[in-house]
Write a protein that binds this ligand. Structure first.
Ligand code: ATP
Ligand code: MG
Length: 333
């Protein structure tokens, strides 16, 4: 049991396979055993100044992809972050307990801001991990299913939670644990197999986008970077490209990497890529039909999100009131 919280940013028209294998698959599985809350974190997407119309569209598309993957709004709470204003309110409190240097040490901020320059980098991008901590702490979350790239942000969230509890008394907030499944915690870019696959990557060529034309996806898999050897062997240090393909094939086929290595003995990279492309296309085709089904009725989708927001707000309000009170803010009457 226990509370689960996680979210994804609507920063692209489509999620990528790393989002699906690293996070969404775990979200769906955890619904059976936990009290789960899944969010489309649209306020986070504002850190990169999206076009307003595009953001609105991407928010619905992200929610539709959660549903198509198997997030069940009967069993879990599914909502949009900006519909629950307590996220932004708790983030302010947390930002007043976050060191400037502490926030500056976040590697994702360093990477993303290095690409954008000082004036292209917003204060919002800098405080993004604080908003993420707010998302999590607002729901007394025990477990946060995410990919490996979020480990450092989770560590910050835990530090902030412990800091609040020591300044304002035990039980002010719940200290969460990350839930990171190592086999699929980091799916790599097909063209640059030492960097993580990201939906907002500069070039789409290394991405497997869940809503892309299956023919394009198959082509990208066939063009994936491998190495100069011929052997199909799982060895991330010396064969990152091939290892990434094996990880993806294993996750989607349910077969172990060891049994795949045995199967591909004496075969070539072309065989592995062809089989992987088939497995990915077989997965994507029905997935995309389900997404189209949810997108074909935006008002039904908005109803699901509105109901989720109401349920989320009922849980968020008491947490925010508790924190406000313990910080010394005068109660509202
Ligand atoms: P962006 O480039 O906009 O940051 P992203 O692909 O990193 O996009 P997020 O919305 O930041 O996606 O993250 C959503 C979830 O997917 C998080 O739990 C994150 O850890 C996970 N995730 C992202 N990329 C990968 C990956 N390559 N492998 C495994 N998990 C991933
Ligand atoms: Mg990301």
């Amino acid at each position: 049991g226990g509370r689960i919280f996680s979210g994804m940013q609507p920063t692209s028209d489509s999620l990528q396979l790393g989002n699906y294998l690293g996070a969404l698959t775990q979200w769906v599985a955890l619904q059976d055993t936990h009290d789960a809350i899944y969010c489309v974190v649209d306020l986070h997407a504002l850190t990169v100044a999206p076009d307003p119309r595009v953001l609105r569209e991407r928010t619905r598309r992200t929610a539709a992809q959660y549903l198509a993957a198997g997030v069940d709004p009967q069993r879990s709470i599914l909502f949009v972050q900006s519909h629950v204003p307590e996220h932004a309110e708790l983030a302010w409190i947390l930002s007043c307990h976050t060191g400037f240097g502490e926030a500056g040490r976040m590697t994702q901020f360093k990477d993303k801001s290095a690409k954008q320059g000082t004036d292209g980098t917003t204060v919002g991008l800098f405080t993004y991990p604080v908003l993420m901590a707010s998302d999590i702490l607002l729901y007394d979350t025990a477990l946060v299913p995410v990919g490996e790239d979020q480990r450092q942000h989770l560590e910050l969230t835990r530090d902030l939670a412990q800091r609040l509890n020591s300044r304002f008394g035990a039980g002010t907030v719940v200290v969460p644990e990350p839930y990171i499944v190592s086999a699929t915690a980091k799916i790599y870019d097909l063209q640059d197999p030492t960097s993580k696959m990201s939906k907002s990557a500069e070039s789409p060529n290394g991405l497997i986008e869940l809503l892309d034309d299956p023919k394009v996806v198959a082509k990208r898999i066939r063009s994936a970077v491998t190495d100069a050897e011929r052997e199909i062997r799982f060895d991330p240090a010396t064969k990152p490209g091939v290892s990434n393909l094996l990880t993806i094939l294993s996750a989607l086929s349910g077969r172990t990497v060891a049994s795949l290595e045995v199967d591909y003995e004496g075969k070539g990279y072309g065989d592995l890529k062809k089989d992987l492309a088939d497995v990915v296309v077989d997965f994507l085709t029905p997935f995309q039909e389900r997404v189209q089904h949810y997108l074909s009725d935006p008002s039904a989708l908005d109803d699901v999100l509105a109901e989720g927001a109401a349920r989320a707000r009922d849980l968020a309000t008491p947490t925010l009131e508790r924190v406000y009170d313990r910080c010394g803010l005068l109660p509202r009457r």
